[in-house]
Design a protein around this ligand. Structure first.
Ligand SMILES: Cc1cc2nc3c(=O)[nH]c(=O)nc-3n(C[C@H](O)[C@H](O)[C@H](O)COP(=O)(O)OP(=O)(O)OC[C@H]3O[C@@H](n4cnc5c(N)ncnc54)[C@H](O)[C@@H]3O)c2cc1C
Length: 379
């Protein structure tokens, strides 16, 4: 029976970072991944992920974001890969709405530089036209991550530090034992002193006993083309637009694929990833098309292509990062609710702390697994 110090289930966004952190601290690590590395059937694909700092979702994320930025730059140095591209982020919406008010609250709480804009300012600076009662918040401490490259970089760095990453091996089950855990896959049975579960949407099954009511939501990333000179990074920002039927987000065009734009949330919640339809249809372009026709001042947008992805949601849309309440030898991270990737570096650090020492100095109190009570699992 293969044995190790820490076994990591799921080598996606969070798992690859965790394998790296554990391996560089000298632990004997096995990472098990059901698909090839950086695949397109989980939550960490589609070329880009936005990273920001004045976090509208909650100001308490900001210290973790500061650390995450540092660690992305460090990963770039260690691997020699370009992973993070700085680019301003425009948040726009009703003055008192969740996005604009949230960005301003985080900026105030953590003394972050954010420019306050009127709807007129937004229209002057960028190719958008929003209602007069909208406001904007422009942040320069933002950018985007090359998502698949980040997963590969973490995995490569993990292997260089001695991690054993096994792909196309499906974990069927895990049980806690007197001296650790036993993990059964479609190929083998492993014994490990510690377990980290970073299984993305499949946490709905592998962590069914955790008492966290997770759901899965299909999301479609779409790319639209227009005059490429008008959507370059020097002219077109990352944006989050808090509009009816939204929010919508978008990024500048990196190449001939055009601008990536998508609606955040707005789809049915599913009990597990089996219900996700991985084929994009014409209907998936419609909400974004309507957004562009209503709010963009650029002409001739044409749909280019689409990639289906999935969110794993908690009821409050905040993460779960914790030690398993029943099994102290098991650390879990799930329910990243559609905004987790930017944190992967620091999540890897936290999970390595929890697996190796049972505690972390990072502020993760708001991510406790037990905050949902029990008996609340979806049918
Ligand atoms: C369309 C879209 C846009 C997003 N935009 C942003 C953004 O701009 N900024 C941002 O910060 N976040 C964003 N997110 C969210 C972010 O991408 C996710 O929070 C993050 O990727 C989740 O990482 P993860 O490691 O939990 O999941 P994954 O990367 O999916 O990793 C889980 C891994 O576990 C493996 N696994 C599961 N079960 C098993 C098993 N039984 N055996 C072996 N392996 C298993 C899976 O195959 C998978 O590789 C977006 C997500 C989507 C879908």
């Amino acid at each position: 029976m293969p044995s190790c110090d820490v076994l990591v289930i799921g080598v996606g966004g969070m798992g690859s970072a965790t394998c790296f952190e554990l391996a560089r601290r000298g632990a004997r690590v096995v990472g098990l991944e059901q698909f090839p590395l950086a695949h397109a059937r989980g939550s960490s694909h589609g070329r880009t992920r936005i990273i920001r700092t004045a976090y509208y979702e909650h100001p308490d994320y900001v210290p973790l974001l500061r650390r995450a930025w540092e660690r992305w730059y460090e990963l770039e140095q260690l691997t020699g890969k370009h992973l993070l591209t700085e680019c301003p982020c425009l948040s726009v919406g009703p003055e008192g709405g969740q996005v604009v008010a949230g960005v301003r609250a985080a900026a105030r709480a953590h003394r972050l530089a954010v420019e306050n804009l009127s709807a007129g300012d937004v229209a002057r600076l960028f190719p958008f036209r929003f209602p007069d009662d909208f406001a904007g918040a422009l942040e320069h401490a933002a950018g985007f991550l090359a998502v698949e490259e980040c997963v590969r970089a973490h995995a490569l760095a993990a292997v260089e530090h001695g991690a054993d990453l096994r792909t196309e091996e499906v974990v069927r089950s895990w049980v806690a034992t007197n001296d650790g855990v036993e993990v059964v896959t479609d190929r083998d049975t492993y014994h490990s002193a510690k377990l980290v579960v970073t299984a993305g949407a499949w946490a709905t099954r592998l962590l069914a006993g955790l008492g966290v009511p997770l759901t899965v939501m299909r999301q479609v990333q779409t790319w639209f083309r227009t005059d490429p000179t008008l959507v370059r990074r020097d002219r077109f920002p990352i944006f989050l637009a808090d509009v009816p039927g939204g929010p919508f987000y978008g990024l500048p065009a990196l190449d001939a694929d055009g601008v990536k734009i998508a609606r955040h949330y707005g789809q049915p919640e599913l009990p597990d990833p089996d219900g996700v339809d991985w084929t994009a249809t014409a209907a998936d372009f419609e909400p974004v098309d309507a957004f562009l026709r209503t709010y963009s001042t650029l002409p001739h947008w044409t749909p280019a292509h689409a990639a289906v992805c999935q969110y794993t949601l908690t009821p409050d849309r905040h993460f779960v990062i914790d030690t398993h309440p029943e099994f102290p030898q098991v650390a879990v991270a799930c329910g990243f609710s559609g905004h987790g990737f930017k944190f992967a570096t620091v999540v890897g650090e936290i999970l390595a702390d929890l697996a190796l020492t049972g505690r972390t100095a990072h502020p993760i109190g708001m991510f406790r697994a037990g905050r949902f009570g029990s008996g609340d699992l979806p049918a």
